[in-house]
Unconditional design. Structure first.
Length: 276
């Protein structure tokens, strides 16, 4: 009906429609009635990636109708609880839902040491394999690559070993298409600018505003202004800010502060879907 060119166009359109970022949680260490801890679904090249998995992540996935059958890989930036406490529950639920395909988990090597006893105790009859891939958060390296997509780590500065993730989509002629960078948690770190330069969308944590800049130094986090400065230096297309402190109920204070430096900034409100 459509011919070869028509089919190719429809396939390309489908991939483009899947170039999205879904915010599952935008809070920081302490969950609130309004915000869950960090979690995102990145859809690129007809693949679905879960980036960080704080408690409550699977609930948000179910509320939004996220197709877990498409979930191929989980990427964990670091081992603070608000970024990984939801993973064991999600793994168990996927088993109860009849998943059979392996689930690949990329994280610091200690995550497998922490989760393996829980898997052996709670998930003895899991109908699929959980395959852990150890990464070195302090080193920039490619951790995933196929003919359409590359993912590499972005070394960040935090209290524990932490890395962000850079997604780079490729044309058939190997020229980059969409690029998305995820940077959480981290203190202000200009060293990442070269690696993330020109990305279409940058997610950068903004735990505090400038009035609490002293807390950033103590806890190795960033202010909204600092995130915007990174976006400006890197000349990104759009800045998405999140990982908000539970002390701030009004997230517009983060937005206003960031937009004074980088106008094309949006909030990572929960359940928001952002085009990449």
């Amino acid at each position: 009906m459509f011919g070869v060119l028509g089919v190719r166009w429809l396939l390309l359109l489908d991939i483009q429609m899947n170039n999205t970022l879904t915010i599952l949680g935008c809070g920081s260490a302490m969950p609130t009635f309004q915000n869950s801890p960090t979690g995102q679904i990145v859809e690129l090249c007809d693949k679905s990636f879960l980036v960080d998995c704080g408690e409550g992540t699977q609930l948000k996935m179910r509320q939004l109708g996220v197709k877990t059958s498409r979930l191929y890989t989980v990427l964990i930036s670091h081992l603070h609880g608000d970024h990984c406490f939801g993973l064991i529950g999600l793994i168990s639920t996927l088993g109860m839902m009849g998943r059979t395909q392996p689930l690949h988990v990329y994280a610091h090597a200690d995550l497998e040491k922490l989760l393996r006893p829980l898997l052996d105790y709670h998930c003895q009859d899991l109908p699929y394999e959980v395959e852990f891939h150890a990464i070195n958060p302090r080193k920039k390296e490619v951790i995933f690559k196929d003919r359409t997509l590359t993912i590499e780590t972005i070394p960040l500065k935090h209290k524990v070993p932490t890395c962000g993730f850079l997604f780079t989509e490729h044309h058939r002629d190997k020229e980059p298409r969409k690029r998305y960078a995820y940077c959480s948690d981290t203190a202000y770190r200009e060293q990442i600018v070269k690696q993330i330069a020109g990305v279409d969308v940058l997610f950068h944590e903004t735990t505090y505003t400038e009035k609490d800049a002293d807390k950033c130094k103590k806890h190795t986090h960033s202010t909204a202004k600092q995130a915007a400065q990174i976006a400006k230096l890197a000349e990104v297309g759009k800045l998405v800010i999140g990982h908000f402190s539970a002390r701030e109920d009004d997230h517009t204070v983060f937005l206003n502060e960031a937009q004074e430096v980088f106008a094309n900034t949006v909030l990572a409100d929960e359940c928001k879907i952002i085009e990449l």
